[in-house]
Design a binder for this molecule. Structure first.
Ligand code: KG4
Ligand code: ZN
Length: 361
């Protein structure tokens, strides 16, 4: 069974082929360099770039894997949440291929695909408590099986990745800033009282990172010497660390506040749900060194295995889209050609056609 995955929800144009659930080939064209100097993704530029690159990327994928459109058994495309114009480019490719090959088509939820990404590398013990931390979303789910997700908590404002990216922007570090803050943080000891661990004084599993972002902004504006003189797309970390020691300390302190906040809320989630058999952490921010260590600690305290995707599977990729599509397809789910893209902020419909009875979420 050959399944094609298409991912264009943000600034990565990605395609992947799974053969019987295993990765056969993948192609990824990142737009990061283009957006880096703007301090964030410019939606119009992102969709134009997907449009320019996607067809040559598909030709390359087929050529390198020795396959062709006629070999496809199913086509999975990320339908959102994300940037509408960008998603539509990926969906147009998926729908066009489905129309010309008769291969069944499945629109998939990018967030659930992130959470199931580790499935490509290891068995996930279900039910799992899943923490999704990315550039646009911060959520906690109870995942009973690859097809049964219950949302337990979400951010009320900014996503955790935004707290990293917006801080990086204030400091003149390029977009996406999480990786740069992570590297700089590694060379300093965090000051644990410098920034708040936000929105913990409650009993719920929701998050709020806008206050932390403001606290960092106020600190940086009262310490203007922290800001780098110019935005270098490839920062020289050694030079920054030797010339601006406080910058690394601020990065480490922010990283600590975020990691502790995630730790506390996830711990609360584990307490509330008996019978969980693993802790799963996914999404771009799951590549963060301190968060990985903190979550390892939490899993150990609860005697649970920690399921973490390798760093390449944390950030946006098409293998995770093909993987979730393959699960849905195997359970009998399909879409017609008329399903919609879902922009960020709109609820994801569970509107599959089910060939094996009534669709069940
Ligand atoms: O999942 P993803 O690739 O895209 C979305 O679906 O949003 O996540 C991108 C986010 C960005 O905010 C980026 O700064 C963050 O992941 N990120 C990191 C690290 N690597 C990527 N944040 C903290 N530490 C990292 N090492
Ligand atoms: Zn993502």
């Amino acid at each position: 069974m050959l399944c094609l995955g298409i991912e264009t929800t943000c600034d990565e144009s990605a395609l992947a082929l799974l053969q019987d659930g295993r990765l056969l080939a993948e192609e990824l064209a990142s737009q990061v360099d283009m957006h880096a100097l703007f301090g964030g993704v410019v939606p119009e530029l992102a969709s134009r770039e997907h449009l320019r690159i996607l067809t040559p990327l598909l030709d390359q994928l087929f050529a390198r894997s020795g396959t062709g459109p006629e070999d496809l058994d199913c086509i999975a495309v990320a339908r959102g949440p994300g940037l509408l114009g960008s998603i539509l480019i990926g969906m147009a490719l998926g729908k066009g291929l489905a129309l010309s090959t008769d291969a069944p088509l499945i629109g998939v939820d990018h967030l659930r695909a992130h959470l199931l990404a580790p499935d490509l590398e290891q068995d996930i013990p279900f039910p799992a408590l899943g923490l999704l931390i990315s550039g646009g979303h911060t959520r906690i789910y109870l995942i009973r099986s690859p097809l049964e997700f219950e949302l337990l908590g979400r951010t009320l404002d900014d996503a955790v990745g935004e707290a990293f990216d917006k801080t990086a922007r204030l400091l003149n570090l390029p977009y996406p800033g999480g990786k740069h803050i992570d590297v700089l943080a590694g060379s300093a000891v965090p000051e644990t009282t410098l920034f708040p661990c936000p929105y913990l004084d409650n009993a719920n599993l929701d998050f709020s990172f806008s206050g932390l972002k403001t606290a960092v902004a106020q600190y940086v504006s009262s310490h203007p010497e922290l800001k780098l003189e110019r935005l270098d797309p490839e920062p020289d970390y050694d030079r920054i660390i030797s010339q601006n020691k406080d910058l690394a300390r601020v990065c480490a302190s922010l990283n600590w506040s975020i990691a502790r906040t995630l730790y506390q809320k996830t711990k609360r989630g584990l307490k509330a749900r008996n019978g969980v058999r693993s802790l799963l952490v996914a999404g771009g921010v799951a590549a963060n060194t301190m968060i990985r260590t903190t979550m390892q600690e939490l899993a150990r305290e609860h005697g649970l295995p920690l399921v973490l995707p390798s760093p390449e599977l944390c950030t946006d990729n098409a293998a995770m889209i093909a993987n979730y599509g393959f699960h849905l397809f195997s359970a009998g789910y399909r879409h017609g050609l008329d399903f919609d893209a879902v922009p960020r902020g709109r609820a994801m419909p569970f509107d599959y056609i089910c060939t094996a009875g009534t669709p069940r979420e």
